[in-house]
Design a protein around this ligand. Structure first.
Ligand SMILES: [Zn+2]
Length: 150
């Protein structure tokens, strides 16, 4: 018998460690009033983009971001393909959880520029013709987040 069989000795068995991508699993809850406010704002700026700041709470344990308020950002610019506001003019406010803006044409997917200007935890985009079905919520990687309007 060969007792010097080193094979497999002291070798840590390779665990089948599946590298799971860090899941954010964030669900966005939009109050009915906030959803209506975003829709009305988007319509009023059409055919230009409109942008709003979202106020709410991040409920970490539930994995929820609840949005229950809208703030018109100071010094916002609005164009057919771009809307934005200078972040540096915003007061530091923990109740600002993200932004909502409109896409007068096309889809509610975030553009590269949207992702580069991401602010907060969530970006809500509403596309023409601006109803509940046109509202999308995205994280800073552009991944779609579950959205509940209630
Ligand atoms: Zn956009």
């Amino acid at each position: 018998m060969n007792h010097n069989n080193n094979k497999n000795q002291n070798q840590i068995p390779q665990k089948q460690e599946q590298k799971k991508p860090l899941k954010v699993n964030r669900t966005i809850v939009l109050t009915r009033e906030s959803a209506d406010g975003i829709i009305t704002f988007a319509k009023s700026w059409h055919p230009n983009e409109g942008i709003l700041i979202l106020r709410g709470q991040h409920l970490h344990k539930k994995g929820l971001v609840r949005i229950d308020g809208l703030v018109v950002p100071p010094f916002a610019s609005h164009g057919p393909y771009y809307s934005g506001f200078p972040n540096y003019d915003l007061p530091f406010d923990l109740s600002y959880v993200g932004t909502a803006h409109s896409h007068p044409g096309g889809t509610n997917r975030p553009s590269l520029q949207d992702l580069n200007n991401f602010f907060g935890l969530v970006s809500i985009i509403v596309s023409f013709p601006y109803d509940d079905n046109c509202i999308g919520a995205f994280d800073r990687n552009g991944r779609s987040l579950a959205l509940i309007i209630s």
